[in-house]
Every structure is written in structure tokens, then in C-alpha cells.
Design a protein around this ligand. Structure first.
Ligand code: SF4
Length: 351
């Protein structure tokens, strides 16, 4: 094996590296700093798959790059929902584990839902990912690569990103933020910060850190209950991170960031879809700069059921005069298990 081949073999994939990392990388190969900036442009803005396409890099530099991996993920397969509006993708990591990402189309809006972990330790009772337990954190590269590969194979431009796939983003805080910053970088993908949403099950310390760090991205918090006792039924995390502390931390975020927080509320039949729940929500969320997003449950063969459309509409009507905006996410990917809370990778099923 030649020395060049050895260098290539030891290199981690380039996707996930920041502008500064790529400058240092170029320098380590005897190039000037600006070569790293050119690489950044090719990888993130132009999203090319081959060093041979990087036409403004000198031939000698490209020769050194050949063999170095760009992508940390391998796309295994995809499934399109009956509605054609949702598509789910399965990726294999270098570790041999699998993750899923979901693409959702709604008019001109094209949203990708990215995973941040394999499995999840939070163990929400209604969630397929939670049933897997925690397996591993994704690197920033593995998170960003989901976006880049999806953008490469679809015709439309991805307009929005939600970190709401497998895993709890705030339990992989550094890598998630690095990935969000890469997607937001003006010289790269250049996605507006208001188009990037980080969704958490409610890791209080990290909500505060997110506010203190001054990240420009939007925050969504999964509430899923109208009070402590009820939230505990489906979200055991409430034992360690109380309902009132979660609301306080969310309010802290809104004050600090001067942004609205979105509360996600998965509607579960007979659990949290009563008129009294709607009334309680109106009361507790009234003082907050927030939006409430209702998500009718997507069933996973467990004990929970999706409320009927009549019950869902009744719940929405009870919130009619709420002093905050209320939206409903009618998921369009349940038939391929791509709805919220349905992502899980039992590899035998997918291969
Ligand atoms: S809903 Fe989110 S935080 Fe809860 S177990 Fe599933 S992936 Fe984890």
C-alpha cells in the first residue's frame, strides 16, 4: 500500500468537518488554507459526490484526496407512502447500525426529519425508537449526511429541517448543534435558522444551555400531557425532569431568545385527549410565548390508540379561543411507519 493510500484509509469521512477543520485538513496535505474553503464549498453548497468533479482544485491535491471517504452513511433503501408525500430512508452507519430519515412534502414546503441517535434512552412509552433503547450517538457528519444525500436524490429543494427523527437531540447536544450550524452556514447549505427546528423531549439543563448559547434555531418541546401526573404515564423522563421545571425552562428560553417555543402534543385516545386537557393546556400555556402543535398519534401496535377524527376535531374546537396559535400535524406517512414516533430500525425488517 502506498503512503497516499495509507493516509486515505485512516481518514474519517470529510462530511461533518467544519470550514476550519477543512482548512486545517488542506494544510495537513501541504495545501494553502483557501483550498479547505474550496472543499467546503464543493461538499456542502455544491453537494458533489466525487473529488474528480471539484474542478478548481489542483490535480495534485485531488490525487491526494482520492480514496478518502466523503460520506459516512450508506443509503440502504427507501419507501414511499401511498400519498406520495412522505418518503422514508434507511441508512447504514460505519458501525453497522441503522437509522431512518423522513422526507415530507406539503406544497412547496419540503421538510426532512433527521435522526441524531441510534435508538433513544428517553423511553417515551408510545414511541418505537424508545423501544430500541439507546445504542449510539450520531456524529455531526452522520446527521448532516442524511440531509445531503436526500437533497441529492430528490428534485425539489429541501426547505425545512427538523431534528425529530430517532433519538433525543439534546442528549447528543454538541454533535446536533455542529450539524445544525453546518446546515445554516452561509457558505454551505445556507438554510435559514428559522427553517431549522430542534425538538426535545424536555432535557431541562440543555434547554437552558440552548438558550444561553444563543443558538438561532427554533425550539420545540414535547409536552404530551396537560399536567405532571398525566405526562408521567407516557414520558417517564418526567420523574427526573418535572412538568413545572420544564415549563419554567421553556419560558426561560422564550425570554432569553425572544423567540416563541413550540409545544408538541401527541394526542392519544383516552389518555390526554379530553376536553379538560384542552382547558388545562389553555391555562398553563397562556402566559407563554408559544405555539401548540397537535400530533394525532401514529399507532405502532402498542397499547396506545389514535383518537378518532371526531375526537381530534372536538379537542381542536376546545382550543378555539386559546391565547396562542394551535396547529395540527396530520401525518401522511403512517402506512410506511414514517409518522412521528414510528421510526425504529430492526435491521432484519429492512434488508
Ligand atoms: S419520542 Fe423522541 S425522545 Fe421519546 S423515546 Fe422517541 S425518539 Fe426518544
Amino acid at each position: 500500500m502506498t503512503m497516499l493510500e495509507n493516509v486515505a484509509k485512516e481518514q474519517k469521512p470529510l462530511i461533518g468537518k467544519s470550514m476550519e477543520d477543512l482548512e486545517a485538513f488542506a494544510q495537513s496535505l501541504g495545501q494553502e488554507l483557501f483550498r479547505g474553503r474550496q472543499l467546503f464549498d464543493w461538499i456542502y453548497r455544491k453537494n458533489v459526490y466525487n473529488f474528480s468533479e471539484m474542478s478548481d482544485l489542483p490535480h495534485s491535491f485531488r490525487e491526494k484526496l482520492f480514496g478518502i471517504p466523503l460520506h459516512p452513511l450508506r443509503m440502504v433503501n427507501d419507501h414511499v407512502s401511498n400519498s406520495k408525500q412522505t418518503q422514508k430512508f434507511l441508512f447504514e452507519l460505519e458501525s453497522g447500525e441503522f437509522i431512518e430519515s423522513v422526507l415530507m412534502k406539503d406544497g412547496k414546503r419540503v421538510t426532512v426529519c433527521l435522526s441524531t441517535q441510534v435508538g433513544c434512552a428517553v423511553d417515551c412509552d408510545f414511541c418505537a425508537t424508545g423501544k430500541m433503547g439507546f445504542i449510539q450517538n450520531l456524529t455531526a457528519g452522520e446527521i448532516v449526511d442524511q440531509f445531503l444525500q436526500l437533497q441529492n436524490i430528490i428534485k425539489d429543494k429541501i426547505t425545512n429541517v427538523v431534528f425529530m427523527g430517532m433519538g433525543e437531540p439534546f442528549l447528543n447536544y454538541e454533535n446536533t448543534m455542529s450539524a445544525a450550524n453546518l446546515l445554516h452556514h452561509p457558505k454551505g447549505v445556507n438554510m435559514g435558522a428559522w427553517r431549522i427546528t430542534i425538538s426535545t423531549a424536555g432535557i431541562i439543563k440543555k434547554i437552558k444551555q440552548f438558550a444561553d448559547d444563543g443558538h438561532p434555531f427554533k425550539l420545540a418541546v414535547s409536552l404530551n400531557g396537560s399536567n405532571e401526573k398525566q405526562r408521567l404515564i407516557t414520558m417517564p423522563i418526567t420523574k427526573a425532569q418535572s412538568f413545572s421545571e420544564l415549563l419554567e425552562a421553556s419560558q426561560y428560553y422564550t425570554f432569553k431568545s425572544r423567540k416563541r417555543v413550540t409545544f408538541e402534543y401527541v394526542l392519544l385516545a383516552g389518555v390526554n385527549d379530553h376536553r379538560t386537557d384542552a382547558e388545562e393546556l389553555k391555562q398553563i400555556l397562556a402566559p407563554m410565548n408559544c405555539k401548540l402543535n397537535l400530533i394525532p398519534y401514529n399507532e405502532i401496535n402498542g397499547q396506545y390508540r389514535r383518537p378518532t377524527d371526531t375526537s381530534i376535531n372536538k379537542f381542536i374546537s376546545s382550543l378555539n379561543n386559546a391565547p396562542f396559535p394551535v396547529t395540527v400535524r396530520w401525518s401522511k406517512g403512517q402506512d410506511i411507519d414514517a409518522g412521528c414516533g414510528q421510526l425504529a430500525t430492526i435491521s432484519d425488517n429492512h434488508l
